[in-house]
Design a binder for this molecule. Structure first.
Ligand SMILES: Nc1ncnc2c1ncn2[C@@H]1O[C@H](COP(=O)(O)OP(=O)(O)O)[C@@H](O)[C@H]1O
Ligand SMILES: [Mg+2]
Length: 364
């Protein structure tokens, strides 16, 4: 099914250091990411697959009990290694604070700050950013030479790509800069307008919240540069030639539309889709080059009702397969010459290594 044997998934998996799986939720991203990691281990690579899916889908797919923030090794009959890790957003953020702070007092004041607690757990964009941080961490971990990233199940998969830049914008933000000033300068320099502004905010959100925010940003002093540097490094991992973006979709119109949009946006950021996986494809039972089917004409040639029903079923399956192929056609053209693989809709869920292996068999 691979129409570009010279640039196949086998090559991507054996030659790249990082594969980032993108696509909208529900298309089978977690499953295919697990399958790619399994292929890596089978090729002898020291592979780690990272998921941010809180629904424990990766652990389920790999047939293991539980995953957490540190990589866990999965034993199996492969020449390489297979590790898996599930991103814990808050845990990763806390670790960063611990690593970057100059002393224990700074660690404590940040970790116990109420604004921080909210920000680290639920701030939109935090998950995407921390996933990037995790990618960077795994990338620099000598235990692994192949990382597969299952991106967050966000509506807009681009948030993930944009996270390092968003952090940069956040750090450059005027209000942020103002709040970052050391307390004494702050009191002197803050204009009447700003004080009025802060007082107005206090009335709406409560003085405590504003105090928390000011305290947070002051405690954050000195950490900023570390975050900025990391964001730069993460961006360089993303644009490194050893990193490949693989787009995943189902053959349904909505998923294909989103994948198309994603490919366009990626191109705008000077990055390209280097592989396309179309998952959960209905099989076609037509012969190669067989033209349109005249069902009415065919049914006249069959006597029994069962035969007629079966024929109709067959025709419907083929119709569905044709429609799916039509949906995917433009996307295939868009990502060309990237390799494309189709994975059929399997009967039953993917919940153990054997079923991940059968998904993997379509990739390589
Ligand atoms: N090719 C396939 N055939 C049948 N079921 C599949 C296939 N790929 C994925 N699934 C199932 O679809 C569901 C969603 O898959 P998942 O990988 O969690 O999607 P995503 O990560 O994109 O949200 C899971 O229950 C999984 O077992
Ligand atoms: Mg998922």
């Amino acid at each position: 099914m691979n129409n570009h044997p010279e640039t196949s998934f086998t090559n991507l998996i054996s030659q790249r250091n990082t594969i980032i799986c993108c696509g909208s939720g529900g298309v089978g991203k977690t499953t295919v990411a697990a399958a790619m990691a399994l292929c890596g281990a089978t090729q002898g690579r020291k592979t780690c697959v990272v998921t941010v899916d809180p629904a424990r889908r990766l652990a389920d797919a790999l047939g293991i009990g539980q995953l957490d923030n540190s990589p866990r090794k999965i034993e199996g009959p492969w020449p390489g290694e297979l590790w898996a890790v599930m991103l814990d957003t808050k845990g990763t953020f806390d670790e960063l604070i611990r690593n970057y702070s100059s002393d224990q007092a700074q660690v404590e004041s940040i970790l116990h700050n109420r604004l921080y607690k909210n920000l680290s757990g639920s701030f939109s964009g935090t998950q995407e950013y921390m996933a990037m941080e995790k990618l960077y961490e795994l990338h620099s971990d000598s235990r692994f030479d192949f990382i597969v990233v299952d991106t967050p199940p966000t509506r807009n998969a681009l948030d993930f790509l944009d996270a390092p830049r968003q952090l940069g914008r956040f750090l450059d933000n005027k209000i942020f800069r103002l709040l970052m000033m050391p307390a004494r300068t702050y009191l002197k320099a803050v204009s009447v307008a700003t004080r009025t502004f802060l007082r107005a905010i206090s009335k709406v959100v409560g003085a405590e919240v504003v105090a928390d925010a000011v305290a947070f940003f002051q405690a954050f002093e000195g950490l900023e540069q570390g975050f900025r540097d990391r964001a730069g490094k993460v961006e360089s991992v993303l644009s490194d030639p050893s990193t490949a973006f693989v787009l995943m979709t189902s053959p349904r119109t909505e998923a294909v539309d989103e994948a198309m949009f994603f490919a366009k946006k990626l191109a705008e950021s000077k990055m390209k889709v280097e592989g396309l996986v179309v998952n959960r494809v209905h099989p076609s039972f037509k012969l190669d080059n067989q033209g349109p089917i005249d069902l009415a004409q065919l049914t006249t040639r069959v006597e029994s009702q069962l035969g007629k029903d079966l024929l109709e079923n067959w025709a419907q399956m083929n119709l569905m397969a044709d429609q799916e192929a039509t949906h995917v056609r433009d996307l295939r053209a868009k990502v060309s010459p990237a390799p494309v693989v189709e994975i059929p809709l399997l009967d039953g869920d993917v919940h153990d290594l054997d079923s991940v292996r059968s998904i993997a068999s379509f990739l390589v």
